[in-house]
Structures are given as structure tokens and as C-alpha cells.
Design a protein around this ligand. Structure first.
Ligand SMILES: [Zn+2]
Length: 273
């Protein structure tokens, strides 16, 4: 296997740089040490693992490891995207802001995916990507990924399959937020995050959960309390620990299962002809 690139802080991006420059150096180093406790390997990212070996070798030669800090902006809505991130242990939240300052989460991206795909006609999207859970990621210049997308059919198929799965998640989330109970939505949100990071613990304040679900904080408190009373989760001081994963799956709506099935269907390994 190729030697892995050196891990360092993501501090050069035009959009992330504003936030990254505010980091304390010891925070970064501590984060890198924590991240190093995991098997920091590209194989944990599903898209990198699904690339053909000759493509992956070329990508890894251009990639660099970065440590992503909670709250770090990976790209702003409608701003130039310089870097594409493949999370390994980090988790990012995609949200859409409006001009009045309101913002709604529409999807999450972890080790099943990629943040910042500038595939067609310009390096920007309508969404904002912010780090939700800290951890490691591999990043490549967006221009390099766009070039690979234009040149290679197998790369196009993989990245479009991921984009289709992401659209399916966004559509299902829109349906869920209008028609399903808050406890079911909270269970969906927790389960999807569990799938996309390498830990059975999540860090989420009630304010952040309320923001993600577009409801009042008091409503989230009640929904989390019900899941805790059922023995599915433990929630204390912003930390959620899942105690009964299979039980939690029975408390969510079918949206979680639909999203999970769609990712499995679209990103399953395929023979190469
Ligand atoms: Zn639902």
C-alpha cells in the first residue's frame, strides 16, 4: 500500500481558513493525537474504497490528511469550493441558509461520502458544509476531482451514484419533517449519524438538535427523554450514547430504513468490465 500522506490541520482553504486560523495549535495537535487512535486509513471512506485501484493510487498521491474541528466551515453556500473532503472519522452537516439568517440541515456526510463535489459548471453549491463531529479526513483539490470526473466513466458513475443517494436522503428528510413524529425523526437523525462515524457516542446539544430538526428546544427535550426512558439512549450534558441500537431502529420511521437501503443499493460494489 502506498505511504499515507502526513496529517495536518486544514488551514489553507479560502472558506475554512477563516475558522481554522482561530484554532489554538495545541487544540489541533490534541485532535491529531485523538484521531491517530483510530485506524486512520482511506479504506474507512466508502467512496475511496470503491474507486478502481489505479484511480485511487492517483488520488492518494495528491491527497493530504487533515484534522477537522467541530464548527469548522468546509464550504460556504454559493462560495468558491477549493477542497473536496473524504471523511474518515469526521462527520459534516449540510445545511441551506436563507438571507434572513435562518438555516436548515438537509443531510449529513461521514465516511460513506464526500463533501464539496463541484462536478458540473462552477465550483459552488447552494449548501453550506460545517463539521459536526471532529476527526480525520482526506482532502483533494476540487479541480483535481473535477478533472477525474470529466475523464473517467467509472469515477463519474461512482460520484453520480453518491449524488443520487444524497438527493434521496434530502427528499426523504423533507417528507419526514412534515409527516412523522419528532421522536421518530430524532431516532432517524441519531441512527444516520451512528452509521456515518466510527463511534457509538454522539455530541449534540439540545439547541443543535432543535436546529437540525427545525423545532423548539423544549420539544427535543421531551423526545430525547422518551427515547431515554425506553432505554434506547443515554443523554447527558450534550452527549448521546446509544444503548440499544436494534431497539432504536424500531422507534424510528421507515425514512431511516429507506435512506439506508438507498445508499446500500447505489454504493454497493460492482464488477468492472
Ligand atoms: Zn420519517
Amino acid at each position: 500500500m502506498k505511504d499515507l500522506p502526513t496529517l495536518h490541520a486544514a488551514d489553507e482553504s479560502s472558506t475554512a481558513g477563516v475558522h481554522a486560523r482561530a484554532w489554538l495549535q495545541d487544540d489541533v495537535e490534541e485532535g491529531i493525537r485523538r484521531g491517530a487512535a483510530y485506524a486512520g486509513d482511506w479504506r474507512y471512506n466508502r467512496l475511496l474504497a470503491a474507486l478502481l485501484p489505479e484511480h485511487r493510487q492517483r488520488w492518494l498521491a495528491q491527497a493530504e490528511w487533515v484534522y477537522l474541528r467541530p464548527g469548522q466551515m468546509l464550504h460556504e453556500a454559493s462560495a468558491f469550493i477549493q477542497w473536496v473532503y473524504f471523511p474518515i472519522t469526521a462527520l459534516a452537516s449540510l445545511s441551506v441558509p436563507d438571507r434572513a439568517g435562518a438555516c436548515a440541515e438537509v443531510a449529513t456526510v461521514g465516511r460513506e461520502g464526500v463533501v464539496g463535489l463541484p462536478l458540473i459548471d462552477g465550483n459552488y453549491t447552494r449548501s453550506r458544509a460545517v463539521v459536526h463531529m471532529p476527526g480525520k479526513a482526506l482532502r483533494l483539490r476540487a479541480s483535481a476531482v473535477a478533472e477525474e470526473f470529466a475523464r473517467h466513466a467509472t469515477v463519474r458513475r461512482l460520484l453520480l451514484a453518491y449524488s443520487q443517494a444524497l438527493v434521496a436522503e434530502i427528499m426523504q428528510t423533507a417528507l419526514c419533517s412534515r409527516h412523522h413524529g419528532l421522536e421518530q425523526q430524532l431516532a432517524r437523525l441519531i441512527l444516520l449519524r451512528m452509521d456515518r462515524q466510527q463511534s457509538d457516542e454522539l455530541t449534540m446539544t439540545q439547541e443543535s438538535m432543535a436546529g437540525m430538526l427545525g423545532v423548539r428546544r423544549e420539544s427535543v427535550t421531551l423526545a430525547a427523554a422518551r427515547l431515554q426512558q425506553g432505554g434506547y439512549i443515554r443523554y447527558a450534558r450534550g452527549h448521546i450514547t446509544v444503548l440499544n441500537r436494534s431497539g432504536l431502529e424500531t422507534r424510528t420511521c421507515d425514512c431511516y430504513h429507506t435512506i439506508h437501503r438507498e445508499f446500500e443499493r447505489l454504493l454497493r460494489p460492482r464488477p468492472v468490465y
